[in-house]
Design a protein. Structure first.
Length: 403
């Protein structure tokens, strides 16, 4: 496993307790990022089915693969928050916690008398992150929302795809995962403020839509200041050129970015056409954008007569910024990624050896690590109740379907 040389108590978030009340991807991803760096994350799940993510996506031997990574390093407690006994147990946990992460529809926790105002009376130092489709304010507040809707409403899908094609959604949870990163960032800001000032926590309102707006902000600025409505450009950039993917003679693809005069000159040198660097059509970025079709044609024709390995070798010798477009098997075969330990091998009790994406980012003194894959539903219920001094009520609570 990654990071075995460091004791868990030395990890930067050791001693921080997080209650993960959320389901699916964005908010649970936030909790997962905190768990990788030592936070004690207790995932609170509804008895019976648990988080729907447990049953979503590709499976092997009946086990959902993505669950194993998304819920890494977490403990699973089953608890029905709708029942008085379940709410009371949660409140006892809140008294011991630093962070609560939730993604119920706005107003749901308040209906159960478990909203931030109630929980903050129990624990004034509590930081509560609430993730929703469209936030707690505005005309859409309270509506259910998923990353897909955020990717569409934010403008991302409109800008993504080929110029002559339809708006294109990402084929992965882009909005969810980016919101998860922003959620972890927000939690750490709130914890830092709490510990640096008066010890009081605060409420964090995170919309799935807002983080994606940061991704497409250059296009927003273009409209605001220039009246330019962005459109789909495939792999090209509307701000710099050349920037594209090109098909080589062996059918493989490479990506090239040469947006400065110096880097583009290296590309032309590698192509054996250094004079193109002084061509008025390509002399500066504005001219290159104006003549991008011709620029891409010249580069594409040169690459189209050579194998991808020849193109990459030639460009790298010229110190041009070029690289292969990997497919999934390529990632596992890439020696540079292996040297960096980008994938880490862990042992799962159901599937045996698994390779997961390693912890990001890398800290030199206190690197995070993957200690375990996603837990079985309720795997740690006894353990958590014991920590609360309630193990003697285990059978009673089970009979009442509280746990």
């Amino acid at each position: 496993m990654a990071g075995d040389a460091i004791d868990s108590e030395q990890l930067p978030l050791a001693g921080i307790r997080v209650l993960d009340l959320a389901t699916m991807m964005a908010a649970p991803a936030t909790a997962g990022y905190l768990a990788e760096f030592g936070a004690d994350v207790i995932k609170v799940e509804k008895p019976g089915g648990g988080d729907p993510q447990r049953h979503w996506g590709t499976r092997k031997d009946g086990e959902a693969l993505y669950w194993k990574s998304l819920s890494r390093n977490k403990r699973s407690l089953t608890l029905d928050l709708r029942l008085p006994e379940g709410a009371e147990i949660l409140k006892r946990l809140v008294a011991t916690a630093d962070v609560v992460i939730a993604n119920f529809r706005p107003g749901t926790l308040e209906k159960w008398k478990l909203g931030y105002d109630t929980l903050a009376l129990i624990n004034p130092g509590l930081v509560m992150l609430e993730v929703s489709g469209f936030g707690r304010q505005g005309a859409l507040a309270g509506r259910p929302g998923f990353g897909t809707l955020a990717e569409a409403r934010s403008g991302f899908a409109h800008l993504n795809g080929q110029a002559d094609g339809p708006p294109t959604l990402p084929n992965m949870g882009l909005g969810d995962q980016f919101s998860g990163v922003m959620g972890a960032y927000a939690v750490m800001l709130a914890l830092y403020h709490r510990d640096r000032t008066d010890g009081r926590g605060q409420r964090v309102d995170l919309s799935l839509c807002d983080p994606i707006l940061r991704l497409i902000e250059p296009s927003l600025l273009d409209w605001d200041q220039l009246g330019i409505a962005g459109s789909r450009t495939g792999s090209r950039s509307v701000h710099v050129a050349p920037r594209n993917v090109y098909r080589c003679g062996d059918g493989r693809w490479v990506a090239l970015s040469a947006s400065t005069p110096a880097t583009l000159r290296r590309v032309f040198v590698a192509m054996g056409q250094p004079a193109l660097a002084d061509d008025p059509r390509f002399c500066d970025n504005a001219a290159r954008l104006e003549n991008v079709d011709e620029l891409d044609r010249l580069i594409g024709e040169w690459m189209g007569t050579r194998s991808a390995s020849e193109v990459i070798d030639t460009m790298e010798k010229a110190e041009a910024a070029v690289g292969p477009v990997h497919d999934i098997p390529d990632i596992f075969a890439d020696e540079s990624l292996a040297d960096r330990a980008a994938l880490v091998t862990v042992t799962d009790p159901d599937l045996g050896s698994m390779r997961l994406v390693n912890v990001v980012p890398r800290l030199s003194r206190t690197p995070g690590r993957v200690l375990s894959t996603g837990p079985k539903l309720g795997e740690h219920t006894r353990e958590v109740l014991s920590e609360l001094g309630m193990l003697d009520r285990f059978e009673e609570l089970t009979a009442k379907n509280v746990i």
